[in-house]
Design a protein around this ligand. Structure first.
Ligand SMILES: O=C(O)CCC(=O)C(=O)O
Ligand SMILES: [Fe+2]
Length: 359
């Protein structure tokens, strides 16, 4: 007699070409806040090219890499253990190094902006990334285009009158593509105090995560605990960040995730991933949006808008100065039931960055 084992919990796969994209996004974002995205239009060979550039950069001498550190503009190199994504845990830092890229295209050769206000910082590039600047710039612009479509999906999911509402608040000046390298490490069943990336939620509106071939990414699901999100050929892992959780009054979830230490031989080698963090504009106003009855009906009792006390305590835990955000409110913009609170995209980002990096 054969008994079928229950399938392990996972996250849904959504096609960017799904005519009912808004509904699929509403389902995913109000449950786990994570989904695999397929049919996104970014060719595998372009993704592989960026992974190759990331590998070449990580092979440089540490002293060379350290010449490209620029925390002030949140660009460039971050050495191993300089970041603790989970500051609540006593660890001496995450076992990863990374290189943050701002958008590189210029108006003449690409699509990047427009007005001075939305212009990303310029940054110094090491030789390899510098000589392949066009490939890198094109990849970043493709990521930006995918996030624009996802943001449109968010607006449709929420039945906003203006389907371009979120897109219009994301010109990409704070967006970053992060090339991440987790160095090799012996597998162990004892995870100890070390971690490749500590448990955290992302800061921005939406993140695109490209995983090369080594697993270890986990997401914390209500009722299921930590579940593995393995690399899936042709798919990008997409997740909601804190700014979008705030904006949707807690309806969309910015879920905790982490990367665990190697558990077996297949995870022991270098792990490469790339994250494109889509951030709201510096001066855009983040205020919990009023939620239409249509949306609340569609999600039924799966998720309700967040309780005001929980909402506030989540914000405080994430380093947001709630008292200033309250003082900034002047009753001049729409808000939901969550109180009189107002924050700009830039203020929110800096609060989250300050809570993450060692001084
Ligand atoms: O490397 C990964 O798979 C996850 C990285 C991540 O979550 C982050 O950098 O925010
Ligand atoms: Fe993350």
């Amino acid at each position: 007699m054969s008994t079928s084992l229950p399938l392990p919990p996972t996250i849904p796969t959504i096609s960017l070409r799904d005519p009912r994209l808004g509904d699929a996004i509403l389902d995913a974002c109000t449950s786990s806040g994570f989904f695999y995205l397929c049919d996104h239009g970014i060719a595998q060979h372009e993704t592989d090219r960026l992974f190759a550039l990331s590998r070449d950069f990580s092979a440089l001498e540490e002293a060379t890499k350290r010449r490209f550190m620029d925390r002030a503009s949140n660009t460039g190199f971050t050495p191993i253990k300089h970041e603790s994504l989970d500051p609540s845990k006593a660890s001496d830092g995450d076992l990863k190094e990374s290189f943050y890229l701002a958008r590189l295209a210029t108006t003449a050769s690409g699509s990047t902006p427009e007005s001075v206000e939305h212009r990303p910082p310029t940054q110094l590039l090491p030789a390899g990334l510098g000589s392949s600047k066009d490939d890198v710039a094109r990849f970043i612009e493709q990521c930006k285009a995918v996030t624009d479509e996802v943001l449109r999906g968010f607006a449709n999911a929420l039945h906003l009158d203006d389907p371009a509402f979120f897109k219009g608040n994301h010109h990409g000046a704070h967006d970053r593509l992060r090339l991440i390298h987790y160095p090799p490490s012996s597998p162990s069943s004892d995870q100890g105090a070390s971690i490749r990336a500590g448990a955290h939620s992302d800061y921005g509106s939406v993140t695109l995560l490209f995983q090369k071939d080594v697993g270890g990414l986990q997401v914390e699901l209500e009722g299921s605990g930590w579940i593995d999100i393995p690399p899936k050929q042709g798919c990008i892992v997409v997740n909601v960040g804190d700014a979008m959780e705030f904006w949707t009054a807690g309806l969309f979830r910015s879920t905790q995730h982490r990367v665990v230490m190697p558990r077996n031989d297949s995870e022991a080698s270098s792990r490469y991933s790339m994250a494109y963090f889509c951030q709201p504009d510096e001066n855009c106003v983040l205020q919990p949006l009023p939620l239409s009855s249509q949306v609340l009906e569609a999600i039924g009792n799966r998720r309700t808008a967040m309780d005001p006390a929980e909402f506030e305590s989540r914000l405080r835990r994430k380093g947001v100065d709630v008292d200033s955000a309250r003082a900034a409110y002047r009753g001049d913009a729409p808000f939901g039931h969550l109180g009189q609170i107002k924050l700009t995209g830039g203020q929110h980002l800096r609060a989250r960055l300050a809570a993450t990096y060692k001084a």
